[in-house]
Design a protein around this ligand. Structure first.
Ligand SMILES: CSC[C@H]1O[C@@H](n2cnc3c(O)ncnc32)[C@H](O)[C@@H]1O
Ligand SMILES: [Zn+2]
Length: 433
């Protein structure tokens, strides 16, 4: 059985203690075989990664996003969600080709691997092409075709739902189990009730979860309250949502009753602090969600509303905004945000990852601590939350495969992808002009 030996480093354990330990990985199963004192692991592995001066952490998981929107990074900024989508994003997305999406997703994969992210959720279009990039890059992902019904006739909207269901049914478990899927209606206001009900029912039949944007802005909550006399998450539950495996992006404007409803359910929330701040959508009540017992993951959302896919940035933003929102510097501490990007996101996507522990998926990153901004070492969990950036990542491993060694991506040609993405993005916006 081929093995990978991560040596000479310190390991962040699930209880957030840190010890000088080696990690032995069984590459045939893609799982962690041993985490032990270096003296206890023989140097006989086929492959070795040197983690000297580094901290071995669970690979980060980006639990909500639209990967190919990297091509739209910096294309339209400084607007609120509705205007941004309707005036800028949806017109340019109408011109997207499958090749644009493939290249944009490759660019996202390069950025994610470079910054220690090993898994991501993607709600977008042309998902078979996204799956191809996942296969080639070695990343882990939960993918779904996103669909709306607003602005479409009945037949087109229904066809879009069929695409979402068929993709989810056909691609679940591919890439050696690294691909999972979900049915992905865009939101509670952009998909009509009939199609939402059908989407949930069809997802249950296909035994896949549902992923949806929920309670992102006040403007999205108000029409549901006005038309139905109930809050969005009561509506969601009535639609059959909030079951085990379902995960909701944003949950910014949730009231106490909705937080309780979410806590009592088996669904999870994905916090996207940078996107919520940039679009001025609001500050999610993360401290309240965590206090109520909701499982909270972390996501960047698309690169057009963030504007990067660095999950270390997101961790820091989650802590900062969590404190500001709660008006309490003690709220959402370092350990909580690190857990959000690891265990929380893994739980949201149903991955057995997010922890350096025997039996878990061998998904990890090695953070190089040899840097002025990470000196002195009073508390390394504090450094992960407040001082580390994605550029500090030295190695990235997913499913036991080395995706980046010594800051060099192994599975993709990063320079060629960047060059191609620049050309592809220029051609895309030229088609809209
Ligand atoms: C139907 S595929 C996904 C759809 O969502 C759009 N999108 C990107 N960011 C956000 C966001 O923060 N809230 C809502 N929708 C968003 C994306 O552009 C696609 O059209
Ligand atoms: Zn989104």
């Amino acid at each position: 059985m081929p093995t990978l030996h991560v040596t000479n480093g310190r390991v962040l354990h699930p209880d957030h203690s840190i010890t000088a330990s080696d990690v032995l990985i069984d590459q045939s199963t893609g799982t962690i075989e041993r985490v032990a004192d270096p003296a206890e692991i023989e140097a006989t592995a086929e492959e070795t990664l040197d983690a000297a001066g580094g901290l071995v952490v669970p690979g980060l998981i980006n639990a909500h996003g639209h990967a190919a929107m990297t091509l739209l990074r910096g294309y339209a900024d400084d607007k609120p969600l509705d205007a941004w989508l309707q005036e800028d994003i949806w017109p340019v997305e109408a011109e997207l080709t499958a090749e644009d999406i493939r290249i944009g997703t490759e660019l996202a994969a390069v950025e994610m691997i470079r910054t220690g992210t090993v898994g991501f959720a993607d709600m977008y279009f042309e998902e078979p092409h996204v799956a191809g990039v996942v296969e080639a890059s070695g990343l882990r992902a939960l993918l779904g075709h996103g669909f709306v019904s607003v602005g479409k006739d009945e037949e087109d909207a229904r066809e879009d739902l069929e695409t979402s269901v068929n993709f989810a049914a056909q691609y679940d478990g591919l890439a050696g189990g690294r691909i999972a899927t979900a049915v992905m209606p865009h939101s509670l206001t952009t998909v009509n009730e009939e199609l939402l009900r059908e989407a949930v029912e069809r997802a249950r039949d296909a035994d896949v979860p549902v992923h949806i944007h929920a309670n992102e802005t006040e403007d999205e909550v108000a029409p549901i309250v006005d038309e139905r006399g109930i809050r969005p998450l009561e509506y969601a539950e009535d639609l059959g949502l909030l079951e085990d495996g379902d995960f909701l992006a944003h949950c910014v404007h949730v009231d106490d009753e909705e937080i309780e409803r979410l806590a009592a359910s088996d669904a999870t929330a994905v916090h996207c602090p940078a996107s919520n701040a940039k679009l001025a959508s609001g500050i999610a009540p993360v401290a309240d969600l965590l206090d109520a017992g909701v499982t909270v993951g972390l996501g960047t959302d698309g690169a057009a509303s963030n504007n990067d896919l660095d999950m270390f940035d997101e961790i820091r933003d989650a802590a900062m905004l969590g404190k500001l929102g709660a008006d309490d510097a003690a709220a959402v501490p370092a350990s909580a945000v690190v857990r959000m990007a690891t265990e929380g996101s893994a739980a949201a996507l149903g991955f057995d990852s997010g922890r350096i522990e025997e039996g878990a998926n061998a998904d990890l990153a090695v953070v190089d601590l040899d840097a002025a901004h990470l000196t002195p070492e009073h508390d390394l969990v504090s450094h992960l939350a407040y001082a580390t950036t994605g550029q500090d990542v030295r190695h990235t491993v997913c499913d036991g495969q080395v995706l980046m060694a010594e800051r060099e991506i192994q599975t993709l040609d990063a320079a060629a992808i960047r060059e191609r993405a620049q050309e592809q993005a220029e051609e895309l916006v030229a088609r809209v002009a």
